[in-house]
Design a protein around this ligand. Structure first.
Ligand code: AMP
Length: 210
């Protein structure tokens, strides 16, 4: 089974992807996480990517496709998160899935209110080790901000109000047309993601079933 989550920045894609992967035993493919792994290399190529991410710009389609291809090699059953971000990537993705004889079983649009997304960006903490996502507003964190895996949580360097504005503008210009593109398909579902994570997950489970 393959699932695609598509949404605005901070709509809860990462959180829901993790819940869905755990429950249905799928592999999480997050282009944001893959890029953050590249950035850790700290060479001139990765520093260029880091700069673009910190300003909220999109990374080139070819780099994204290469990262996805490497990640899904010889595996089955994915939750795709953060991709496609524009129509070009949607076309590339269709072609890639065709070539490997796979399809998307569920395309789930997490619909979140813009103010709620902004609030989540400001409260978001992430684990640099296992990529788990927490929020200071509704997750109980211990006073030292440790992740379940034992690593100290951090703020993402692109989780600022300024970068959020830019990411949101790019989302409206580049990604909303992708949502329109998928919305005609029979396996497209819209979920209210402005509510608490458990309630969002409940709606997703109702769609996918046991
Ligand atoms: P995310 O973790 O999905 O919020 O992505 C963080 C940042 O990574 C974005 O603001 C972009 O700079 C970059 N990024 C993630 N996915 C993509 C993608 N599919 N295409 C281009 N850039 C991306």
């Amino acid at each position: 089974m393959n699932i695609l989550f598509i949404a605005a920045p901070a709509a809860g894609k990462g959180t829901q992807s993790k819940l869905v992967c755990d429950k249905y035993n799928l592999t999480h493919v997050s282009t944001g996480d893959l890029l953050r792994e590249v950035v850790k290399k700290n060479d001139s190529f990765s520093n260029d990517i880091k700069k673009k991410m910190e300003e909220g710009s999109l990374i080139s389609d070819d780099i994204i496709l290469k990262l996805i291809k490497e990640k899904i090699q010889n595996q089955n059953g994915f939750v795709f998160d953060g991709f496609p971000r524009n129509l070009k990537q949607a076309e590339m993705f269709d072609e890639l899935l065709n070539n490997i004889n796979q399809n998307l079983d569920y395309i789930i649009y997490l619909d979140v209110d813009q103010d709620e997304a902004k609030r989540r960006i400001l409260g978001r903490m992430v684990c640099p080790n296992c990529n788990s996502v927490y929020n200071i507003d509704y997750d109980k964190l211990d006073e030292n901000n440790y992740c379940e895996c034992g690593t100290v949580l951090a703020k993402r360097s692109d989780d600022t109000i300024e970068t959020f504005q830019k990411r949101y503008e790019i989302y409206q210009r580049e990604t909303v047309p992708v949502i329109d593109y998928y919305s005609n398909k029979a396996n497209f579902y819209k979920v209210n993601s402005s509510v608490l994570p458990d309630m969002v997950f409940k709606q997703i489970q109702d769609i996918i079933g046991e």
